[in-house]
Design a binder for this molecule. Structure first.
Ligand SMILES: Cc1cc2nc3c(=O)[nH]c(=O)nc-3n(C[C@H](O)[C@H](O)[C@H](O)COP(=O)(O)OP(=O)(O)OC[C@H]3O[C@@H](n4cnc5c(N)ncnc54)[C@H](O)[C@@H]3O)c2cc1C
Length: 381
């Protein structure tokens, strides 16, 4: 569990900070509220790949970094403090590439993995559909066998990185097989188009739809054993929830630091507002909440590193950290008075970005139901 980064991790973070200053912050500033184009996203992924981000979750035997989850969390948190949207984009690329590396056949790995690890190709994972949100068991996207190929049809929505993706792991029903299947589709092979959604915040993290219209892929693109797709999806959620918590932490830390710095500069009644009791109380409460979330999130990551099933703990981490992010960003905004509302400042964007995070990888209420189910043995869904 992370109480404090080790000296090696601190050195790594200091050198990563230089990359963030050089590559990430200027891109974020230049984008305004627009999502990155595919070319901009790929340039970012290539720059991050040079530092190892994008290959952290991929095992070393497949050419990745094989980093532990705690170290990955530290890097993604720093990235999300620099820009939550671009951090979310990179986090999806890293996690989905690692999942693909674990599930793909040697031939499929050889075909795609080197370019994924170099940041030349991008990949996403698609479960959610227009009629399917909290319950992935209801997935309606279908795949059918056609000779030595499978053909997919359906629509996925709210998919991270949809519009910049070259590849997608599609959770679907495969005719003749029980349960759910995970199938890799390649935009280059046709029948795969996408669109981007405009959402409240995190505009630098493309989120959108994937339309599959008879997308035909070789049968070896089926990544899951018969009937194993749901379990693989739920296991992927277990880890992904901690990374939603990590993104929330990065955004909350950025909002907190902005508020503290403002509280030291802004004077009212002849002294810095940070010397007034009400502001001090807000600062102390934000600091405690961020630290509490950090302990929960890094506990989840440490348990994942120990190879333990920990969906209760990762649900707690996601629930608390994402709700904390929204609360802290709101309080940080209050510290700045009217200036916290100014679009000239980063604060409104941080507020909107933090609010988005209570939804992905299961809403707050779904996390509560999962935690209570694991405690009581009684399921409310
Ligand atoms: C930024 C972002 C990124 C995302 N990235 C991805 C991605 O990469 N891949 C992907 O597949 N999906 C992704 N999603 C989709 C996300 O996982 C879903 O939005 C989420 O699971 C909730 O589904 P829904 O929005 O359809 O809500 P619904 O399931 O329709 O829920 C609506 C409301 O009903 C409540 N509710 C639902 N069921 C129950 C129940 N049994 N008991 C009590 N209350 C209930 C929910 O808590 C919520 O308040 C992303 C979403 C966002 C916002």
């Amino acid at each position: 569990m992370l109480i404090k980064p080790t000296p090696d991790q601190q050195t790594m973070l200091a050198s990563f900070e230089r990359l963030l200053e050089r590559e990430v912050k200027p891109l974020a500033a230049s984008l305004g509220e627009a999502p990155p184009s595919k070319a901009q996203a790929n340039a970012l992924l290539r720059a991050l790949a040079d530092f190892g981000v994008g290959k952290l979750f991929t095992p070393t035997e497949h050419g990745g970094q094989g980093a532990d989850n705690v170290t990955t969390g530290l890097l993604i948190e720093a990235l999300c403090k620099a820009d939550g949207g671009l951090g979310g984009l990179a986090s999806i690329q890293d996690g989905t590439t690692g999942l693909f590396a674990r599930l793909a056949s040697p031939a499929l790995r050889e075909k795609y993995l080197p370019r994924l690890l170099a940041g030349e190709l991008s990949i996403c994972m698609a479960i959610t559909e227009p009629g399917v949100g909290s319950n992935p068991r209801d997935v309606r996207t279908r795949a059918r066998h056609d000779g030595d190929h499978v053909v997919l049809s359906g629509e996925k929505v709210w998919i991270s990185n949809a519009d910049i993706s070259d590849l997608a792991i599609i959770v679907c029903k495969l005719d003749g097989a029980p349960g759910l299947a995970l199938i890799l589709v390649d935009r280059g092979e046709g029948g795969y188009t996408s669109s981007n959604f405009k959402k409240l915040g995190l505009s630098h993290w493309p989120t959108g739809a994937i339309h599959l219209n008879d997308a035909r892929v070789p049968a070896e693109n089926v990544l899951s054993a018969a009937g194993a797709g749901l379990e693989l999806t739920l296991r992927a959620f277990e880890r992904a929830r901690c990374f939603v918590g990590i993104i929330s932490l990065g955004i909350a830390q950025a909002a907190f630091e902005r508020a503290v710095s403002y509280a030291k500069e802004r004077h009212q009644w002849g002294k810095p507002i940070g010397a007034h009791q009400s502001i001090q109380i807000k600062i102390a409460e934000m600091a405690v909440e961020i630290d509490a979330a950090r302990l929960l999130v890094y506990r989840g990551l440490a348990l994942l590193d120990q190879g333990e099933r920990c969906d209760t703990q990762t649900a707690m981490a996601k629930l608390y950290a994402s709700e904390m992010g929204a609360r802290v960003a709101s309080r940080a905004m209050e510290v700045m008075g009217a200036y916290g509302l100014s679009e000239e400042d980063a604060m409104p964007r941080l507020f909107r970005d933090a609010r988005v995070m209570t939804v992905p990888d299961g809403t707050s209420d779904i996390q509560r139901l999962l935690i209570a189910k694991n405690i009581t043995g009684l399921s409310a869904y």
